[in-house]
Design a protein around this ligand. Structure first.
Ligand SMILES: *[C@@H]1O[C@H](CO)[C@@H](O)[C@H](O)[C@H]1NC(C)=O
Ligand SMILES: *[C@@H]1O[C@H](CO)[C@@H](O)[C@H](O)[C@H]1NC(C)=O
Ligand SMILES: *[C@@H]1O[C@H](CO)[C@@H](O)[C@H](O)[C@H]1NC(C)=O
Length: 418
């Protein structure tokens, strides 16, 4: 019922030949294999005491809240969803690890003239690229580090940075400009952060990729810079200013310059972005076994978050429609359990189309204390800092659909997975 715990190691980027369709322009779409490293369920099932309980979804709202502040600094305007988060006043040490391993979907990029390759977590809800600097000491141990002096293109911008993904999830370092390559495509002048210090949440046991690549818009960039995929677009490296994503346990794919036609069927349903900062657009409704839980609501589409996250009242109503579901705060605030034989139909309507959330993807597997395998963790959770103005649709949603992220037309599209 749940994804097997698999350890998948990062693959080097594979260059895929350009495809030419008769009568149409040459498509320069390129696939970047992306991998997932398992671990959450193994870790979670070992975590009973509160101090070890991880609340990965809680970081999500911290990350988003910090990016809203950055948005205001960059644009001089309050983020339109700022009212959707309660003030971030809470201090809870149990909630301050960064991102659980199983939330890391990562790809490989190269930096500099020597084309050093790094694995980076792919995060659509932030917009900065950082990797460890060779000057980073023990806090970067286990990660690959980068020495910019080896690159003919590197340029020290002389600007220090502090990047916050949660209260104690902090990366500091210096901003550089350098050439980077994604799937063999070069962005010649990319602003990136070379980290000289990683807080615990980024240390190797908690964060298996070397760095992180934000895939949102410049307005939420801490560096106030154009993020890598948008640099590829502005430097005209892509035929089409779109990237396509398939997230799956196996066979995940980030497609640059369009969508990979072999990974979906039928047409895309498109939704215009409400604002170009996060990938933010409304869904039409969330339906559980025929009950409409919420109607049209803004949402942030986030590859860096695992679950479907909503406000406490909305999520309580959601689980009230699922037979046998229970609130289970002992596994982390906002956590819910479902029976392991769960098969309640759940769907999210978006762009006028139904995206069915499969029972297999929604069921995150047995929780400790349920070794008989009857109580499993649900793929949706409440975040008490959300007011209900917006939800966050993470990997549990994105694994059930092929998505097209259209930077040129400021819209996001969804099609049925092939
Ligand atoms: C599309 O995805 C399939 C399956 O992952 C892959 O084999 C193929 O090479 C991709 N097509 C292109 C043009 O990259
Ligand atoms: C992971 O994060 C936790 C909490 O921040 C910390 O106690 C632990 O030492 C970290 N583990 C590693 C290997 O960095
Ligand atoms: C769906 O709801 C119907 C009644 O409205 C109920 O009989 C059925 O058991 C529910 N199905 C699930 C899987 O919860």
């Amino acid at each position: 019922m749940y994804f097997p715990l698999t350890l998948v190691f990062a693959a080097l980027p594979i260059l895929v030949a350009a495809v030419s369709l008769a009568g149409s322009p040459v498509s320069r779409g390129i696939s970047v294999p992306i991998s997932k490293r398992g671990g959450l369920r193994g870790v979670r099932s070992l975590s009973v005491s509160t101090s070890q309980t991880r609340l990965p979804y809680y970081h999500t709202c911290r990350k988003i809240g910090y990016r809203m502040v950055v948005y205001e600094q960059n644009t001089g305007r309050q983020h339109p969803l700022a009212g959707g988060l309660k003030p971030m006043g809470r201090r809870d040490s149990a909630s301050e690890t960064l991102i659980d391993d199983s939330e890391l979907w990562f790809g490989s990029i190269s930096i500099g003239t020597h084309v050093d390759s790094f694995t980076v977590n792919l995060d659509t809800a932030s917009s900065d690229l950082f990797v460890p600097s060779f000057k980073c000491g023990s806090s970067c141990w286990g990660h690959k580090t980068y020495d910019p002096s080896a690159s003919a293109h590197s340029n020290d911008l002389g600007i220090p940075f502090t990047l916050t993904l949660g209260d104690s999830d902090i990366v500091t370092g210096e901003q550089y400009s350098d050439s980077i390559q994604v799937a063999g495509l070069t962005a010649s002048a990319q602003t990136l952060g070379l980290a000289t210090s990683y807080s615990e949440g980024f240390q190797i046991g908690n964060f298996s990729a070397d760095g992180l690549m934000g895939m949102g818009f410049p307005s939420i960039s801490v560096f106030n810079a154009v993020p890598p995929l948008q640099t590829l677009i502005s430097e005209n490296m892509l035929t089409s200013p779109v990237f396509g994503i398939k997230l799956a346990t196996l066979g995940s794919d980030l497609f640059l310059g369009g969508v990979n036609n072999s990974l979906f069927t039928g047409d895309f349903s498109w939704v215009s972005l409400s604002n170009a900062g996060f990938w933010q657009a409304p869904f039409d409704a969330v339906i559980v076994n025929g009950t409409r839980i919420v109607g049209k609501t803004e949402t942030i589409f986030d590859t860096g978050t695992m679950k479907i996250l909503g406000d406490s009242a909305g999520i309580a109503k959601f689980f009230a429609s699922i037979h046998g579901a229970n609130s289970a705060p002992e596994y982390g605030d906002g956590t819910y359990t479902i029976p392991c034989d769960f098969d309640t139909p759940i769907s999210v309507w978006v762009g006028g189309t139904e995206v069915k959330i499969s029972a297999a993807s929604f069921n995150l597997g047995p929780l400790q204390g349920s070794e008989d395998g009857t109580t499993c963790e649900a793929g949706a959770a409440a975040d008490s800092t959300l007011t209900g103005e917006f939800w966050i649709l993470g990997q549990i949603f994105l694994q059930n659909v092929y998505s097209a992220w259209d930077v040129g037309n400021l819209r996001i599209g969804f099609a049925t997975l092939a």
